[in-house]
Design a protein around this ligand. Sequence first.
Ligand code: TYD
Length: 133
Amino acid sequence: MIKNPEIINLPKIGGHDQGYISLIQANDLLPFNPKRIYWIYGVSKETERGGHYHHKLEQVIICIKGKLTIKLENNKGEIIKFILDSPSKALYIPQRHWRDIFFHENAILLCIASENYDENDYVRSYSEFKNIS
Ligand code: TYD
């Protein structure tokens, strides 16, 4: 079953002076059991990453710092764009979506992933992705 991408609004605990804690827990907002966490940083220029599709992997993406624009395309050719510009927002990316991720300057991306890294789960050719549908 293909689920839909969606923004998850995370709790934001704290206040203006002392700062905030946001969190996401398995069985509470996180729609899968996490197996891997990685983060992408040091992307200093306006840079696009992603450019691939996953057969099986589900992800929750949080922009810990700065701003990300994430463009998703499903197997029906439907395209949705999301902007992540707050550490209290997360984006759930279901399996079987092509993603292009634009890093605005100095953004840091945190990813919670449903599976361990497996290059065989990737489709890195857009034309191959378009033939999967
Ligand atoms: P990739 O997933 O293509 O990153 P992005 O979509 O942000 O451009 O990964 C970039 C490289 O890092 C690629 O060679 C695979 C490697 N990699 C790992 O070895 N383990 C991991 O958990 C991840 C996410 C990437």
